[in-house]
Design a protein around this ligand. Structure first.
Ligand SMILES: Nc1ncnc2c1ncn2[C@@H]1O[C@H](COP(=O)(O)OP(=O)(O)OP(=O)(O)O)[C@@H](O)[C@H]1O
Length: 300
């Protein structure tokens, strides 16, 4: 769906993106993560052929995204949406629908209802969050094969964010593809198959989210109906920071909790607490590792 090779963009001397090589497969949701100024928007604009690369190549849906046949199969939400017209949101969406070969009104209405968007308001009077909703409707409404969404959750309240994530899941179930950028892993981890992490113009990691979750450290607490012998839990694969106090076992788990669960199953478990793995923690170690790497290079 997306193939980038050595994709590089300099704005004069200023680095926007350096040597990006990336492939995104059909049916995949790809989360593109990085802090402010990392190069996410630059990447997305290059993919859409809004700006031209300094070096490198990009193919989207097997072609160039400026080709009309390819463009119509893409849904795009820009990072900064300029919706300033006097026309009502509905008229704007109808116009775009016609340009894209006709979009049933019922589909637009259904999206507006899901996102709780008011289409009767002139666009320049819409709040930031409501403009974002119109942006999402126009990106989704022609059921494109590839959705490219720059910071889609910005400005949305939590309920609408959840609805948006449900829409992304439906797109994936239908075998279509999504690339979405964000500052924060938490916003995309529950829908993304893979995440790419970009920092200072470079893609520094691409990870499978399921693998990331398996690697994550999680805290577990088990309570039994009677005291348990500590030695049964010591030395189990993946168990760390073990504390056994009477009928309670507390530890952290590195990877799969399987051995711990099997050991616990010999006793009567009355209560179990398992904290969600903190992927943000792992994610942040990429940044600090890179910094250490940079420091080493500088001192070499
Ligand atoms: N039109 C431009 N002219 C000059 N420099 C630019 C331009 N657009 C982006 N840059 C620079 O390129 C780098 C990457 O910016 P980009 O907007 O791609 O980052 P981003 O990851 O999308 O950030 P944000 O999360 O803040 O939107 C930054 O250093 C930025 O200042």
């Amino acid at each position: 769906m997306v193939q980038a090779e050595g994709l590089t963009k300099y704005y004069g001397k200023r680095r926007g993106l350096e040597d990006l090589t990336l492939e995104i497969q059909p049916g995949e949701v790809f989360g593109y993560l990085g802090p402010n100024g990392a190069g996410k928007t630059t990447t997305i604009r290059l993919l859409l052929d809004v700006i031209r690369p300094t070096r490198g190549h990009v193919r989207v849906l097997g072609g160039g995204s400026r080709e009309a046949a390819v463009r119509g199969r893409i849904g795009y939400l820009p990072g900064e949406l300029a919706l300033e017209g006097r026309e009502r949101a509905r008229d704007y969406l109808e116009f775009l629908g016609r340009v894209r070969g006709g979009v049933p009104r019922a589909r637009v209405d259904a999206l507006a209802e899901r996102l709780n968007a008011d289409l009767s308001v002139p666009m320049r009077k819409l709040s930031k969050g409501n403009k974002q909703k119109i942006g999402l409707i126009q990106a989704f409404m022609h059921e494109p094969e590839l959705l490219i969404l720059d910071e889609p959750t910005g400005g949305l309240d939590p309920l609408v964010q959840q609805e948006f994530l449900t829409m992304v899941r439906e797109v994936r179930t239908a075998g279509r593809t999504v690339l979405m950028s964000s500052h924060v892993l938490a916003e995309v981890e529950h829908v993304s198959d893979r995440v790419g992490i970009v920092r200072e113009g470079r893609l520094i990691a691409v990870e499978n989210v399921a693998a990331l979750r398996e690697k994550a450290v999680r805290r577990i607490e088990l309570h039994f109906d009677a005291p348990v012998p500590a030695e049964e839990f010591a030395g189990l694969p993946g168990v760390r920071d073990l504390r056994v106090t009477g009928a309670a076992v507390r530890c952290t788990i590195d990877g799969r909790p399987d051995a711990l669960i099997k050991a616990a199953a010999r006793h009567t478990v009355v209560h179990l607490v398992s904290a969600e793995p903190d992927l943000e923690e792992i994610f942040l170690t990429y940044y600090s590792d890179e910094e250490r790497h940079d420091d080493r290079q500088e001192s070499a």
